[in-house]
Design a protein around this ligand. Sequence first.
Ligand code: BV8
Length: 224
Amino acid sequence: MEKIVILTGAGISAESGINTFRDSGGLWENHRLEDVATPEAFARDPVLVQGFYNARRAAAAQARPNPAHTALAELQRHFPGEVIIVTQNVDALHEAAGAQVLHMHGSLDQALCAACDHRWPAPLQMRVPEPCPACGAPRGRPDIVWFGEIPYHMEEIIGHLESCTLFAAIGTSGQVYPAAGFVQAADAAGAHTVELNLEASAVFSDFAEVRQGPASRIVPAWVA
Ligand code: BV8
């Protein structure tokens, strides 16, 4: 029984028209990602942070999966139960291509109540304050894992990494942890590791194999 774990980052959605973080110089409206994507930023300036996510939610709603998303969904269909896709992305393009995916950094399509932990489908434009439909508290926030918060599905992901035979990272700069450290866990488990990216990531030297180019070309070629 093979187990393939695939980690994706913003680069897999770039050709679908969704901006990556670092290609825009890591800045957004003159703010570093680490300054708008933190609980402190949301407490300090909820209008700015909700605006950041409302803009990205609107952009993601216009985007369509590209051949890289489609190739991964086909791979998963071809090997039922053997292909685990973990994404750092908060868009829904993997699902739109028909794949099952673990969103370790949350999802733009979901809202979370900071008071009672209730989750509900996020409105396209979240308000400030956004009342929780369950408890009524004015504590609605994007269901996104911000810097300093614990990523989702970590126990499940680590279990997959420790038993995988092949690990691939696609379209990620390898600058954010714990995702950037997954290749080391897979390597320690004896898996073959491959990086598919437009350019060398910060952790390319941790991979046994590196393939460079745009995801919509190199991912279908790799899956074939
Ligand atoms: C945690 C949601 C504890 C928000 C995101 C000092 C040292 C080490 C670590 C830390 C440190 N100080 C703090 C930390 C921890 C911190 C961290 O790593 N900070 C970094 C900045 C140093 N991490 C955290 O806080 C995490 N939590 O550690 O909790 C813990 C850990 C484990 C277990 C228990 C407790 C939480 C991090 C989550 C933050 N949230 N996203 C949002 O989306 O708005 S991170 C955000 O940036 C993305 O989700 C993504 O994960 C991340 C990086 O983005 P990438 O996906 O890699 O995109 P990027 O633009 O960087 O790169 C794109 C790549 O694609 C490029 O390489 C480019 O060449 C390539 N590309 C472009 N076009 C194409 C392409 N490739 C192919 N084809 C193309 N066409």
